[in-house]
Structure formats: structure tokens, C-alpha cells
Design a protein around this ligand. Structure first.
Ligand SMILES: Cc1cc2nc3c(=O)[nH]c(=O)nc-3n(C[C@H](O)[C@H](O)[C@H](O)COP(=O)(O)OP(=O)(O)OC[C@H]3O[C@@H](n4cnc5c(N)ncnc54)[C@H](O)[C@@H]3O)c2cc1C
Length: 376
């Protein structure tokens, strides 16, 4: 029965492609409508912690991600001068997966796109949603291309600015919350000493180094940015160089390479706190559309991939969509909230807001790894 379930995925980013792949493995060939053209991927690189790698393993793309990426076991901590002062131990690795894998967004996208295509998904690129009517028994959809079809389930993996979230839950959920912080990311050649994750703590900003492959890496710099300023890309190099000016060691060497705006991405740090449930009838939003978080745990894409794997698993066990979506919330809500809360706490801590004592907070930097070590 579930083999004939008709699923439309709105958004062919990390979560949407993961869901198409996971459903295809279970005999359900989904339709994927993606606003962008096939070849465009925005952004630089990603850190994939061990729980993301476990989910990618279930999609059959782990080996490819590890082959093109750069695995590392721990983060090394430094002060702004470059003086090493400790490691961040992690429990997210296992004999089957490393603790972390750095990977370019393009490589991850291509691996997921191939997996979804192999799994039988049909793609409509350059396509968005034009209209949707939930009849209770099914959902009638019209796409911007003019194509109309009926589906048993519509899944919005349409990202942090999800239109679907807004149309389901109202205008007040149109805009994500701005945290007052922003991040520059800069892609460059990898010096041999960048052989794992490294963090450098300055007074007004935090800098991170992430190896992405044998030859490439990215540097990120998180900083306060009151008022969410709109910056012209031509100013990116000078602004990033200014931010990095107080740092020593390898960061100072990398600063000398910061010249070309095309190598730099600037992103405001935003969050989405959509109350439960994330569905109305037969339409659900997942990934960033439902629970975008600050990137401080590097768990946003991980949570989107896990959402996809869990949803596909539940769909393959039942074709009763209301029951599936209820079970989905039960499996996903507290884990995604924990990631959001701890990511937010870490962001605030960097801004000088004291981290709550373990006894005052449900989820803390101390217990998040225990939660994420559990199956999704
Ligand atoms: C600075 C920064 C650093 C990050 N670093 C990490 C990291 O190291 N590790 C990690 O796990 N996560 C990280 N993240 C988070 C991660 O990028 C997101 O959580 C992840 O991409 C969410 O996946 P998604 O599928 O929900 O959304 P996306 O990957 O954003 O995909 C959404 C897709 O929907 C499409 N779309 C939008 N609107 C429509 C529409 N109306 N119709 C059709 N298609 C539409 C978009 O074009 C896009 O392809 C970071 C985020 C930021 C901002």
C-alpha cells in the first residue's frame, strides 16, 4: 500500500534530497519541486557531526561523503594569539563513523542528488508552489509550472524562509528571528597544519577553521552585528580582515589571503521556533523551515537529514498520514529543541551572557552529546 503513496517534497536542498532518497529506498518515488535551477548550490562547507554521518550511512552516501570530505575527531581550542588551551572531546563518533567530517556543500548536494535520482525521485527544478488545497483524504497541488497533481503528503523542506510555513501557520512565522550575530565564511586552500577543527576565541569574535578535503578548507568568523545590517559584498574582504586583525598564528596567515569577495559568504544568524505540531492536515514542514538553529553545534543540516530519515521510516511503516505525523513529532520535537536551545546558549555565552547551570536548564552543552548519541 505505502509503495503507492504519493509524496511531494517542496525544496530540494539537504533535507528534501535526503527525504527523496530515503523514501525511494522504501519503494516510494517522490516528486521534488525545487525553486533553484539544478546546478546552483549556495554556501561554502559544512561540518557533519557523527549523528549526521549515521543518518547519511542509512541513505547509502556515507562512503562518498567521507571520500570527498575530511574527517576529524576533535576540536582544538585556542586563544586569539593562537595559543592552544584544550580539546573538545566528543562522543558522537563510533567505529562506524568518525566524530566529524568537513565537506563542501556542493559535494554533499551532489551525493544526495545522485542518491535521490537513483531512488527514483522526479525533479522539477526552477519550480515553486502555486496553490495547495488539503481535502483531508489527499492534497491537490498546483506548481508554478502549471502542473497539477494530487498527493497523500506534502513535505516542506523549503528552508529557513519557508513560504509553506507562512501559509500554514500565518504571517507571524514568515520571518526567522535574528540573533544579533552574523558569520563570515571564507573558502581557501588548506595549509597542512589545518588537520582538524580549530576554534580561536577573541574578544569580539570567534574564528573557526574547518578542513573540507585534502586541498580545501574554510574559515568562519562569528561576530555581533546589531540591527542585521545589509552589507555590500565588495566590503566583505575589508570587514573580514578587520575582524581577523586581532588574531595570531595560522589565522593571521590566512587573513593575508582574504581579498576576493567571491570567496566569502556573509550570513546573519537566524532561528526558527515553530511551535508543535509542525503539520496541518497532510502538510508538514521539516528541517530549517521548522527548527533552524544557530550554527554553534553544526547540527542544522544534521537535524534536517535526521528528519528525512525518520519521516521516511515512519511512512514506510504506515500509510495513515495523521498517525505518521503525530509519531514524527514525538520522535523529533525534543531532539530538535535540544539542539536549538544549546546552540542558542553557546551563542549567548560568546556574547557574554552566562551559560545557565546544568540544574537550571533542561538541555546544556554538557548533556547535548548524550542526547545526540542516541538514535534519531
Ligand atoms: C552560517 C551557517 C553555517 C552552518 N553550518 C552548518 C554545519 O556546519 N553543519 C550543519 O549540519 N548545518 C549547518 N548549517 C545549517 C544548515 O545549512 C541548514 O540547517 C540546512 O541546510 C537545512 O536544510 P534544509 O533542507 O532544511 O534547508 P536548505 O538546505 O536551505 O534547502 C531549502 C531548499 O528549498 C528551496 N526552496 C526555498 N523556497 C522554495 C519554494 N517556495 N519552492 C521550492 N523550493 C524552495 C531552496 O532553494 C533550497 O534548495 C549552517 C547554517 C548557517 C547559516
Amino acid at each position: 500500500m505505502t509503495a503507492r503513496l504519493r509524496v511531494l517534497i517542496l525544496g530540494g536542498g539537504i533535507g528534501g534530497l535526503s527525504l527523496a532518497a530515503a523514501l525511494g529506498q522504501r519503494g516510494i518515488a517522490a516528486d521534488v519541486a525545487e525553486a533553484r535551477e539544478a546546478s546552483s548550490v549556495l554556501g561554502v562547507g559544512l561540518i557533519q557531526p557523527g549523528n549526521a554521518l549515521r543518518a547519511l550511512r542509512s541513505l547509502g552516501v556515507l562512503e562518498r561523503c567521507l571520500a570527498v570530505g575530511f574527517s576529524f575527531e576533535q576540536w582544538k581550542l585556542h586563544d586569539a594569539t593562537g595559543r592552544f588551551f584544550g580539546n573538545v572531546p566528543t562522543d558522537l563518533g563510533s567505529p562506524a563513523v568518525p566524530a566529524n567530517n568537513g565537506i563542501s556543500r556542493r559535494e554533499l548536494h551532489d551525493a544526495l542528488l545522485d542518491a535521490a535520482a537513483r531512488a527514483g525521485a522526479t525533479f522539477f527544478f526552477g519550480t515553486t508552489l502555486a496553490g495547495l488545497h488539503d481535502h483531508g483524504s489527499h492534497v491537490s497541488v498546483t506548481l508554478s509550472s502549471g502542473k497539477s497533481a494530487d498527493y497523500d503528503l506534502v513535505v516542506g523542506f523549503d528552508g529557513i524562509r519557508s513560504e509553506l510555513r507562512c501559509s500554514l501557520f500565518g504571517e507571524r512565522y514568515r520571518t526567522p528571528s535574528y540573533t544579533g550575530h552574523a558569520v563570515f565564511r571564507f573558502m581557501t586552500e588548506r595549509p597542512s597544519e589545518v588537520d582538524g577543527g580549530a576554534l580561536y576565541f577573541g574578544r569580539a569574535s570567534k574564528v573557526g577553521l574547518v578542513p573540507l578535503s585534502a586541498t580545501r578548507m574554510y574559515l568562519f568568523a562569528v561576530t555581533r552585528a546589531p540591527g542585521n545590517p545589509r552589507l555590500s559584498p565588495v566590503t566583505y574582504p575589508s570587514r573580514l580582515r578587520e575582524l581577523l586583525a586581532g588574531f595570531g598564528g595560522v589565522v593571521a596567515e590566512l587573513r593575508e589571503r582574504v581579498r576576493n569577495p567571491d570567496d566569502i559568504v556573509y550570513s546573519p544568524i537566524e532561528e526558527v521556533l515553530l511551535p508543535s505540531p509542525w503539520h496541518r492536515g497532510r502538510v508538514v514542514v521539516c528541517g530549517d523551515a521548522a527548527h533552524a538553529s544557530a550554527p554553534h553545534l553544526a547540527q542544522g543540516a544534521a537535524m534536517a537529514i535526521e528528519d528525512a530519515v525518520v519521516l521516511a521510516e515512519l511512512i514506510s511503516g504506515s500509510d495513515d498520514i495523521p498517525t505518521v505525523l503525530e509519531a514524527f513529532m514525538h520522535r523529533r520535537l525534543s531532539r530538535c529543541r535540544a539542539v536549538q536551545e544549546v546552540s542558542h546558549t553557546l551563542l549567548q555565552a560568546e556574547a557574554g551572557v552566562p551559560v545557565p547551570a546544568a540544574s537550571d536548564a533542561l538541555h546544556t552543552p554538557q548533556n547535548i552529546e548524550r542526547i545526540l548519541s542516541q538514535p534519531a
